[in-house]
Design a protein around this ligand. Sequence first.
Ligand code: URA
Length: 244
Amino acid sequence: MDGHYLQTPILRQMSYKIDFDTTLEELCETFRFLSENGCHGFDCSKESLNIMESWGHKEDLSSETLDMIRIDLGECRRCRLWESRKNIVFGAGDFHARLVFVGEGPGYDEDQKGEPFIGAAGRLLTKIIEAINYTRDQVYICNIIKCRPPGNRNPLPDEIEACFPYLKRQLVAIKPDIICALGTFAAQTLLETKQPISKLKGRFHDYNGIRVLPTYHPAYLLRNPDKKRDVWEDMKKLMKALGD
Ligand code: URA
């Protein structure tokens, strides 16, 4: 034995100084593939996969950029929604925005173009943003999930579970002062609660030290225009909190 018995493919890669994170990601993908295809005989549990995935990212998430997170997301297949999506809708706007709007998930128009909030609800959101004296380019707009559920159905818990870690990392990278949570799913997911939006809206909550103001979703406003007055009251609180 001259020591070559140690040269497994992974160790060989490491000795060639191929990026360790990449190796871990590939290992993780391999285990995920095996797990999804019913491989037995070693631990492919969800917990183990999550632990392995975190290895590659445990160091100083606060220095990640949105580009790094987008690259890591790749052509994501972490839940079933990849099968029916046209585009991943990662998010758009100012990488250093003080204000982030978080919606539920892409609809038809967003899926077609890969951009958040560009359909009818999006046009109303744009008006709301402009009413508080911002432009879409000055805020960041994103969603709890990044792929359109077929037929615009509600996101399922495992789809949120697969996608939410990426939004969390985006929020760490952006470091906004305030998050405006649009509608039930965004508010309940960020605040880890089952309370209805009617109870959550209109006051500030906390998400990891960031103030969160839930309000009604623009799509809900399109169906219930009388609620626009409530949202305007919330937007006034938002402006005051931003000091604008
Ligand atoms: N509704 C959402 O919640 N997000 C979008 O991007 C579009 C519509």
